[in-house]
Design a protein around this ligand. Structure first.
Ligand SMILES: Nc1ncnc2c1ncn2[C@@H]1O[C@@H]2COP(=O)(O)O[C@H]2[C@H]1O
Length: 227
Protein backbone atom coordinates (compact mmCIF):
# COMPACT_ATOMS: atom_id res chain seq x y z
CA UNK A 1 0.00 0.00 0.00
CA UNK A 2 1.40 3.44 -0.86
CA UNK A 3 1.28 6.45 1.49
CA UNK A 4 -1.85 7.95 -0.05
CA UNK A 5 -3.72 4.65 0.12
CA UNK A 6 -2.74 4.31 3.80
CA UNK A 7 -3.92 7.88 4.51
CA UNK A 8 -7.26 7.14 2.83
CA UNK A 9 -7.72 3.92 4.76
CA UNK A 10 -7.55 5.90 8.02
CA UNK A 11 -10.31 8.35 7.04
CA UNK A 12 -13.65 7.83 8.84
CA UNK A 13 -15.35 8.14 5.43
CA UNK A 14 -13.66 4.91 4.31
CA UNK A 15 -14.03 2.92 7.52
CA UNK A 16 -14.80 -0.71 6.74
CA UNK A 17 -13.88 -0.40 3.06
CA UNK A 18 -11.78 -3.40 1.89
CA UNK A 19 -8.10 -2.69 1.27
CA UNK A 20 -8.24 -3.68 -2.41
CA UNK A 21 -10.59 -0.76 -3.20
CA UNK A 22 -7.95 1.90 -2.52
CA UNK A 23 -5.66 1.13 -5.50
CA UNK A 24 -8.76 1.13 -7.77
CA UNK A 25 -9.92 4.44 -6.38
CA UNK A 26 -6.54 6.16 -6.32
CA UNK A 27 -4.67 4.88 -9.39
CA UNK A 28 -5.01 8.24 -11.21
CA UNK A 29 -5.56 10.48 -8.17
CA UNK A 30 -4.17 14.00 -8.41
CA UNK A 31 -2.91 15.83 -5.34
CA UNK A 32 -3.37 19.61 -5.15
CA UNK A 33 -2.37 22.12 -2.52
CA UNK A 34 -4.04 25.46 -1.85
CA UNK A 35 -3.25 28.48 0.29
CA UNK A 36 -5.82 30.04 2.60
CA UNK A 37 -8.36 32.05 0.53
CA UNK A 38 -7.57 30.21 -2.73
CA UNK A 39 -10.57 29.13 -4.79
CA UNK A 40 -10.52 25.34 -5.12
CA UNK A 41 -13.44 25.15 -7.57
CA UNK A 42 -15.55 28.05 -8.73
CA UNK A 43 -19.32 28.00 -9.20
CA UNK A 44 -20.17 26.86 -12.75
CA UNK A 45 -16.96 24.87 -13.27
CA UNK A 46 -16.97 21.15 -14.06
CA UNK A 47 -14.88 19.25 -11.48
CA UNK A 48 -12.95 16.27 -12.83
CA UNK A 49 -14.41 13.93 -10.22
CA UNK A 50 -14.73 13.53 -6.48
CA UNK A 51 -12.56 15.75 -4.26
CA UNK A 52 -11.38 14.76 -0.81
CA UNK A 53 -9.99 17.35 1.57
CA UNK A 54 -7.12 15.40 3.08
CA UNK A 55 -6.07 18.17 5.43
CA UNK A 56 -7.10 21.74 6.20
CA UNK A 57 -10.41 23.57 6.38
CA UNK A 58 -12.42 24.76 3.39
CA UNK A 59 -15.85 26.25 2.85
CA UNK A 60 -18.59 25.84 0.27
CA UNK A 61 -20.42 29.09 -0.32
CA UNK A 62 -22.80 31.01 -2.52
CA UNK A 63 -22.54 34.74 -3.15
CA UNK A 64 -25.11 37.26 -4.32
CA UNK A 65 -24.47 39.77 -7.16
CA UNK A 66 -24.09 42.41 -4.38
CA UNK A 67 -21.23 40.42 -2.92
CA UNK A 68 -23.05 39.02 0.14
CA UNK A 69 -21.74 35.58 0.99
CA UNK A 70 -23.45 32.68 2.71
CA UNK A 71 -21.30 29.76 3.81
CA UNK A 72 -23.19 26.52 3.23
CA UNK A 73 -20.73 23.97 4.61
CA UNK A 74 -17.42 24.05 6.40
CA UNK A 75 -15.36 21.05 5.36
CA UNK A 76 -12.68 19.55 7.60
CA UNK A 77 -10.05 16.80 7.30
CA UNK A 78 -11.22 13.82 5.27
CA UNK A 79 -14.43 15.43 3.99
CA UNK A 80 -15.49 14.81 0.38
CA UNK A 81 -17.02 17.35 -1.96
CA UNK A 82 -18.21 17.42 -5.58
CA UNK A 83 -20.32 14.37 -4.78
CA UNK A 84 -23.35 15.80 -6.62
CA UNK A 85 -21.32 16.73 -9.70
CA UNK A 86 -19.80 13.24 -9.72
CA UNK A 87 -23.24 11.66 -9.90
CA UNK A 88 -24.77 14.23 -12.26
CA UNK A 89 -23.29 15.94 -15.32
CA UNK A 90 -24.01 19.40 -13.94
CA UNK A 91 -21.68 22.29 -13.19
CA UNK A 92 -20.51 22.88 -9.63
CA UNK A 93 -23.41 24.69 -7.90
CA UNK A 94 -21.33 26.61 -5.32
CA UNK A 95 -17.76 27.84 -4.80
CA UNK A 96 -15.22 25.88 -2.75
CA UNK A 97 -12.48 27.98 -1.12
CA UNK A 98 -9.67 27.20 1.30
CA UNK A 99 -9.94 28.74 4.78
CA UNK A 100 -6.52 27.38 5.78
CA UNK A 101 -3.78 25.73 3.72
CA UNK A 102 -5.44 22.67 2.17
CA UNK A 103 -4.33 19.41 0.64
CA UNK A 104 -6.93 18.08 -1.77
CA UNK A 105 -7.03 14.80 -3.69
CA UNK A 106 -9.14 14.49 -6.80
CA UNK A 107 -10.44 11.08 -7.82
CA UNK A 108 -11.58 10.60 -11.42
CA UNK A 109 -15.25 9.77 -12.05
CA UNK A 110 -14.09 6.64 -13.85
CA UNK A 111 -12.25 5.34 -10.76
CA UNK A 112 -15.06 6.44 -8.47
CA UNK A 113 -17.59 4.33 -10.40
CA UNK A 114 -15.14 1.42 -10.76
CA UNK A 115 -14.76 1.36 -6.94
CA UNK A 116 -18.55 1.67 -6.47
CA UNK A 117 -19.14 -1.31 -8.78
CA UNK A 118 -16.50 -3.39 -7.04
CA UNK A 119 -17.68 -2.79 -3.49
CA UNK A 120 -21.15 -1.95 -2.18
CA UNK A 121 -19.75 -0.79 1.21
CA UNK A 122 -17.99 2.02 -0.66
CA UNK A 123 -21.18 3.01 -2.47
CA UNK A 124 -23.17 2.94 0.79
CA UNK A 125 -20.59 5.15 2.47
CA UNK A 126 -20.97 7.71 -0.33
CA UNK A 127 -24.77 7.51 -0.12
CA UNK A 128 -24.59 8.00 3.62
CA UNK A 129 -22.48 11.14 3.07
CA UNK A 130 -24.94 12.51 0.49
CA UNK A 131 -27.83 11.96 2.93
CA UNK A 132 -25.86 13.60 5.79
CA UNK A 133 -25.30 16.61 3.56
CA UNK A 134 -29.00 16.74 2.72
CA UNK A 135 -29.85 16.68 6.44
CA UNK A 136 -27.28 19.46 7.10
CA UNK A 137 -28.72 21.53 4.24
CA UNK A 138 -32.25 21.17 5.64
CA UNK A 139 -30.99 22.13 9.08
CA UNK A 140 -29.26 25.20 7.64
CA UNK A 141 -32.44 26.24 5.78
CA UNK A 142 -34.40 25.93 9.04
CA UNK A 143 -31.76 27.81 11.04
CA UNK A 144 -31.52 30.72 8.60
CA UNK A 145 -35.27 31.11 8.17
CA UNK A 146 -36.56 30.39 11.69
CA UNK A 147 -33.84 31.38 14.17
CA UNK A 148 -32.62 34.81 15.24
CA UNK A 149 -28.88 35.59 15.17
CA UNK A 150 -28.27 34.90 18.94
CA UNK A 151 -29.90 31.46 18.62
CA UNK A 152 -27.75 30.63 15.59
CA UNK A 153 -24.54 31.67 17.38
CA UNK A 154 -25.46 29.81 20.58
CA UNK A 155 -26.31 26.68 18.54
CA UNK A 156 -22.99 26.90 16.69
CA UNK A 157 -20.95 27.29 19.90
CA UNK A 158 -22.89 24.62 21.81
CA UNK A 159 -22.10 22.07 19.06
CA UNK A 160 -18.31 22.63 19.11
CA UNK A 161 -16.20 19.89 20.65
CA UNK A 162 -14.49 21.00 23.90
CA UNK A 163 -10.74 21.30 23.37
CA UNK A 164 -9.69 21.01 27.01
CA UNK A 165 -11.76 18.12 28.27
CA UNK A 166 -15.52 18.08 28.84
CA UNK A 167 -15.24 19.54 32.36
CA UNK A 168 -13.43 22.70 31.33
CA UNK A 169 -15.83 23.59 28.53
CA UNK A 170 -13.23 25.40 26.48
CA UNK A 171 -13.98 25.45 22.77
CA UNK A 172 -12.12 26.97 19.87
CA UNK A 173 -13.85 28.76 16.99
CA UNK A 174 -12.67 26.97 13.84
CA UNK A 175 -12.56 30.23 11.84
CA UNK A 176 -12.23 33.99 12.16
CA UNK A 177 -15.19 36.11 13.38
CA UNK A 178 -15.54 37.42 9.81
CA UNK A 179 -15.89 33.88 8.41
CA UNK A 180 -18.16 32.82 11.27
CA UNK A 181 -20.55 35.67 10.41
CA UNK A 182 -20.89 34.16 6.91
CA UNK A 183 -21.69 30.75 8.38
CA UNK A 184 -24.44 32.04 10.65
CA UNK A 185 -25.88 34.40 8.01
CA UNK A 186 -25.04 37.62 9.82
CA UNK A 187 -22.54 40.48 9.77
CA UNK A 188 -19.28 40.68 11.79
CA UNK A 189 -20.73 43.69 13.67
CA UNK A 190 -23.93 41.84 14.70
CA UNK A 191 -21.80 38.83 15.66
CA UNK A 192 -19.55 40.97 17.94
CA UNK A 193 -22.55 42.65 19.58
CA UNK A 194 -24.20 39.29 20.25
CA UNK A 195 -21.03 37.68 21.62
CA UNK A 196 -20.63 40.68 23.95
CA UNK A 197 -24.22 40.32 25.20
CA UNK A 198 -23.73 36.59 25.72
CA UNK A 199 -20.61 37.33 27.79
CA UNK A 200 -22.46 39.96 29.86
CA UNK A 201 -25.21 37.42 30.60
CA UNK A 202 -22.61 34.98 31.95
CA UNK A 203 -22.97 32.30 29.26
CA UNK A 204 -19.50 32.54 27.78
CA UNK A 205 -16.26 34.44 28.06
CA UNK A 206 -14.39 34.95 24.84
CA UNK A 207 -10.83 35.83 23.91
CA UNK A 208 -10.15 35.92 20.18
CA UNK A 209 -11.21 32.51 18.90
CA UNK A 210 -11.07 30.86 22.30
CA UNK A 211 -14.45 30.51 24.02
CA UNK A 212 -14.99 29.42 27.61
CA UNK A 213 -18.52 28.12 28.11
CA UNK A 214 -19.19 29.52 31.58
CA UNK A 215 -22.78 28.28 31.82
CA UNK A 216 -23.81 25.62 29.29
CA UNK A 217 -27.41 25.55 30.51
CA UNK A 218 -27.81 29.27 29.72
CA UNK A 219 -26.10 28.77 26.35
CA UNK A 220 -28.47 25.94 25.43
CA UNK A 221 -31.42 28.02 26.59
CA UNK A 222 -30.21 30.83 24.30
CA UNK A 223 -29.98 28.31 21.40
CA UNK A 224 -33.63 27.39 22.04
CA UNK A 225 -35.24 30.74 22.74
CA UNK A 226 -32.70 33.50 22.04
CA UNK A 227 -31.28 36.19 24.32
N1 LIG B 1 -28.23 24.27 -6.32
C1 LIG B 1 -27.48 24.23 -5.23
N2 LIG B 1 -27.32 25.32 -4.46
C2 LIG B 1 -26.56 25.28 -3.36
N3 LIG B 1 -25.87 24.21 -2.95
C3 LIG B 1 -25.99 23.11 -3.67
C4 LIG B 1 -26.80 23.06 -4.83
N4 LIG B 1 -26.72 21.83 -5.33
C5 LIG B 1 -25.91 21.15 -4.51
N5 LIG B 1 -25.46 21.91 -3.52
C6 LIG B 1 -24.51 21.59 -2.44
O1 LIG B 1 -23.21 22.06 -2.83
C7 LIG B 1 -22.32 20.97 -2.64
C8 LIG B 1 -21.08 20.95 -3.50
O2 LIG B 1 -20.34 19.75 -3.22
P1 LIG B 1 -21.12 18.37 -3.34
O3 LIG B 1 -21.39 18.12 -4.78
O4 LIG B 1 -20.40 17.33 -2.58
O5 LIG B 1 -22.52 18.63 -2.60
C9 LIG B 1 -23.19 19.79 -3.01
C10 LIG B 1 -24.46 20.09 -2.27
O6 LIG B 1 -24.34 19.80 -0.89
Amino acid sequence: MNTLEKAFQKLPLFEGIPEEIFPVLLSDAVEMTFKAKDIIIGEGEYPSGLYILLSGTAKLYKSSPEGKEQTLFVLGDGEPFCLCSTFRKKPFPVTAAALTPCRVISISKQNFFAAAEKDTAFLFSMLQKVSERLRDAMELAGTLSLQEVPQRIATFIAKLEPTEGKKHQKVYLPMSHKELAKVIGSTPEALSRTLKKMSEKGMISIEGRSVHIVNRELLEQCAETGL
